[in-house]
Every structure is written in structure tokens, then in C-alpha cells.
Design a protein around this ligand. Sequence first.
Ligand code: MET
Length: 397
Amino acid sequence: MNRKEKRMETSMIHGGKHSDEFLRSLSMPIFQTSTFSFQNASEGERRFSGEEEGYIYTRLGNPTVKALEERMAVLEGGEKGLAFASGMAAVSAVLIALTKANDHILCSNGLYGCTYGLLTTLKEKYNIQHDFSLMETEEELRDRITDSTACLFIETPINPTMKVIDLRMVAKVAGEYNIPVVVDNTFCTPYLQRPLELGCDIVIHSATKYIGGHGDVIAGLVVGKKDFMDELAMNEQKDIGGVLSPFDAWLLIRGLKTLHIRLDRHSSSAGKIAKYLKHHPLVNEVYYPDIESPNLKGQMSDGGGVLAFDIEGGKEEAHQVMDQLKLIKIAVSLGDAETLIQHPASMTHAVVPEEERKKMGIGDNLIRLSVGLESVDDIWEDLEQALNAGAGKKKRT
Ligand code: MET
């Protein structure tokens, strides 16, 4: 059976490694081992030289981790996947692989705070410059590309402003200059958006979020073309060494099996909450992807589970609303069964200087919500009472 031909929901459960290899175990076994012994010294030598395939040491490869990597490659429609110890381990490995000193990285107009922090480090240490582009038109994008641009790094939807970028347009322009396009697909997962099919080159995930889905693992994933991924495995993954543990890989394999069902519910609940919020008098603006927008041409199959909104006031009012919540947890992260709320300006994006934050559209009154799997009515009841008790109290006085 050619598993690549199966539909997405089936591939989430069966894609990649065939379990027949492991005593027909239905669930992928956890190879909780640091190393693999050789039958003799010559076998060890052959494996190290690459003359013979086989496991050596878990930092260099592990069957449980490989099963996850193969499944992700199938789901993203890529040639090869690699797993990392965190989303940031994946981002840093890819950016280090694609750049050298004095290069330039062109980014979407908004990035997760730690990705921004990494770019700052690369600039300070290796003079790798970065710029932000709205990526709304071909002209503006062309203007921002320089002779030193080594890659485009894009979040879509952007964390936390939820702005979406037309990946087909970006991939077309970048292709004219032969510049690789890297997409952080964390908010969508391949179930909602497949950047490689739209012409992009490398996909990154914080698998901590929807792929894990249960708030119990920190992990990162990368999918791309075999040549690039082989280099990434041999250099940045192996030698920097931010690899995923076999147990954490197993948690992600388990998480993937229900990803489609979870995301259907996350999306439908988030869509409803976005609508309710739009009608709330104390909410100024709601940010949730408009998948019907003409430039997206069906790029996203659904809106996903994250939204953001501006309330009346600033940081103090935002914190006040959050402090009134009873069911919803104040926590950074997203994609969990639990609804999570956070204040980007003082939490996930606090490291971004205020001026830069404002340019990205992250005001002090912006709140991000990751809509969980609880009853949508309970989520809304909690949010509504918190808005009324927090911001409302302030407004009335
Ligand atoms: C350590 S801060 C945040 C974690 C995660 N990337 C988020 O956006 O919530």
C-alpha cells in the first residue's frame, strides 16, 4: 500500500513506518535506549562510515523518533522529517543551516518572541541581519529582498496577531531569486495548511502545541527536501544535538492520531468565540483568520483554534480581565485541551522591544486565546463574565 496516497486523517494514524517491523505491535514501541550495540567492531566501523545502515546512538537516530519523522513527512507532503527537542531547537537548527555570517533573513511582520530573540543573537554574534516585510504584495516583497537574503522566515497565521500571508505569492517571488522559504506551521498543522504544496521549501513546527495536543511535551519538527534534511540531520541536528527523546516522540505519535478531530473542534469553537467577542461592547477588535479572503485561495481549510482580541484600555485592564477567569487558565502555549489565555506584550512577546511590538500590531491591550476542547458555552460564559467583571468594572468607574 502506498501510504502517501491515503487521505490526511488516515495518514495521521498510519502514515510512515509500518508496525509489522515491531512484532505487529499496534502502538509504536518506545525504544528507550541511548545506544545500540554492534555485533562486532567492524559493524560499528561500517555504520559510522555510512557504508551500512543501522542505528548507532539515539542522538544520531532512534526507531521511535524515526517513526514520528516519517509520519510528519507524509503529512506535510515532504521528502523527509526530523524531530527536535523543542520548536526553538528546530527553528535555530534551520536558521543556522541556511545562513552564514553577514547574511540577511527576511521575516513576516511578526514573529514569536523567542524566534525574535534568536534573530537578535544571530545579528549580534554573526552580523546576520533581519528585516520584516508585510508580504502583502509582490512589489513590497521584492523591495525588501537584498543580495544577502539567505531565506524568508514566515509565520502564518502570525503569532499572536493572526495575520495570514499568501504563501503561493511569497513562494513565487522567492523562487525568482532562488531563496528558500521557511514556514512556521505551528498554528495550522498540516491538517489545515500544507506550505510545501504551495511552493514553500521548509516547514517548522512547535509540536508542543496541536501535534502533541495535551500540554505534556516540548518538541519541534522540520520537514523539507531530502538533500537539505540530510545535511540538517548530519550537521545541526547531530552536532548541536537538540534531539527529541523517544518517549516524547511516542507522545507525539499518539497526539497525531486524534489531531484532525481535535482541530475540527478547536476551529469550530474558536470561530464561535470570535463571533461572540465581536459583539461584546468592551472588545475593540477581534483577530481570527478569514479563510475566505480572496488572496488565500483556499490556503487554509479552517481557521484553527487561536484568536486574539483588543480590549478597551491597556496592560492593566488586560491583566484585570485575565485575573477574573475561573475556568480558562492563564498560561503561554496553545493547542491544548484546556483553553489558555495570555497577554503577549508582557508574556510571549515581552522580549520584543515595545517599538517593534507596536509595528507588529501587538498593543498592550491585546490578549491571545487558545480555544480548548471544553464546551464552547462554558468557555464563553467564563470569558464573558471576566470581560464584564474586569474591563467592565474599570469602564463604568
Ligand atoms: C515561553 S513563551 C511561549 C511559548 C509559545 N511559543 C507560545 O507562543 O505560547
